[in-house]
Design a protein around this ligand. Structure first.
Ligand code: NAP
Length: 330
């Protein structure tokens, strides 16, 4: 069996382009002792894929010439461990390729849920990140004003809906009027603000006339700065990611207002990585499942076909093409 793979040929210095990747065919590996052979079904596209090319994060930096890293939903084809058998589905860091062998001890069988793509979206990293980042780091109370950036993306669209479920007033920041309409008309956000508009700061202030209690920051940069200035005293900022800094040259200056506004407004900023809360995953998944079943939480997925389309799918995600969770069906 051949194994089609996408190799990250070179580490980008500026914007990511298709030329940074190469499609190759290798041999399908055989699983050794304690290993499983996996076949990729869906590969998750994450803004973090680009951040990993910049340097070490919560994982070591990617190197040119290696199979592009990435997580996804894989099916066990052969197993040399007792707790997994062929046909089981697992979430695995299997990379952008059709087949991979991995040690079985870090893998666990996923529940039998339909549609299985929800295992990558609302019941995967995106849903858990939204849940823990908002509820643990943001600590929203009913009546609070919650603002989320990259609001039409996979994490952001779930953050806003959970905040609504908790009785908050929710404002989403996203690129373009059309995404804004989708947030308010389909997902129930109270307002949306286009950060690409020349009027962004004024419109944000109009959308949060009394200020922001909780800001869920997916972007950093200018959007972070605008929200910092609009925070109420004792507000909380959940620092989830820095989308504005992943693709291209670093910005010439950091956000203004640090640390002055943090001091005078008595703000709490908390960075987090979703794995920090793994011990509470069962409770989070049960809440998420109940909200999806009751129709309070809508799941938006953006599925693209074909392993060969992974590079363009990531480039498009960084350019804002996606609504909700983007993934590639292999
Ligand atoms: P996503 O939100 O589904 O997609 C990225 C979106 O970001 C795009 O659709 C685009 O929408 C927006 N965007 C792109 N460039 C931007 C910019 N310069 N300023 C503002 N918005 C921009 O992606 P995701 O993978 O779910 O990631 C969302 C965030 O969560 C990222 O920061 C990621 O690193 C973070 N994350 C953190 C954890 C954790 O454990 N801390 C886990 C998972 C993800 P527009 O059309 O609105 O521009």
């Amino acid at each position: 069996m051949t194994n089609r793979q996408i190799v990250l040929d070179q580490i980008p210095q500026g914007k990511l382009t298709p030329e940074h990747f190469r499609l190759t065919e290798g041999e399908t590996p055989s699983p050794g002792e304690g290993e499983v052979l996996l076949r990729s079904r869906y590969i998750s596209l994450d803004a973090a894929n680009r951040a990993w090319m910049q340097g070490a994060t919560y994982r070591s930096a990617l190197q040119g010439g290696q199979v592009m890293a990435g997580g996804g939903l894989s099916e066990v084809v052969e197993s040399n461990v007792g707790h997994l058998k062929p046909g089981d589905l697992v979430f695995a860091d299997a990379g952008w390729q059709e087949y991979a062998t991995l040690p079985g001890k870090h893998l666990s069988k996923l529940p039998d849920l339909k549609p299985e793509t929800h295992l990558l979206s609302v019941y995967g990293i995106a849903g858990l990140t939204a849940y823990f980042g908002l509820l643990e780091c943001g600590q929203p109370k009913a009546g609070d004003t919650v603002v989320v950036s990259a609001a039409a993306g996979s994490v952001g669209s779930i953050v806003g809906q959970i905040a609504k479920i908790k009785g908050c007033r929710v404002v989403g920041i996203a690129g373009g009027e059309e995404k804004g309409r989708w947030l308010t008309e389909e997902l129930g956000f109270d307002a949306a603000v286009d950060y690409k508009s020349a009027e962004f700061k004024r419109r944000l202030r109009e959308a949060v006339p009394d200020g922001i209690d909780v800001y869920f920051d997916n972007t950093g940069g200018d959007v972070f700065e605008a929200c910092l200035f609009a925070m109420k005293n004792h507000g909380r900022i959940a620092c989830c990611g820095a989308l504005s800094q992943y693709d291209g040259a670093p910005p010439p200056h950091g956000p203004r207002g640090i640390p002055g506004l943090i001091v005078t407004k008595r703000l709490t900023l908390r960075g987090f990585v979703v794995m920090d809360f793994a011990a509470q995953n069962d409770k989070a998944l049960s809440d998420l499942q109940a909200w999806v079943a009751s129709g309070q939480l809508k799941v938006q997925e953006d599925v693209i076909d074909g392993l060969e389309n992974l590079p363009q799918a990531l480039i498009g995600l960084l350019a804002g093409e996606n609504r909700g969770k983007r993934m590639v069906r292999v």
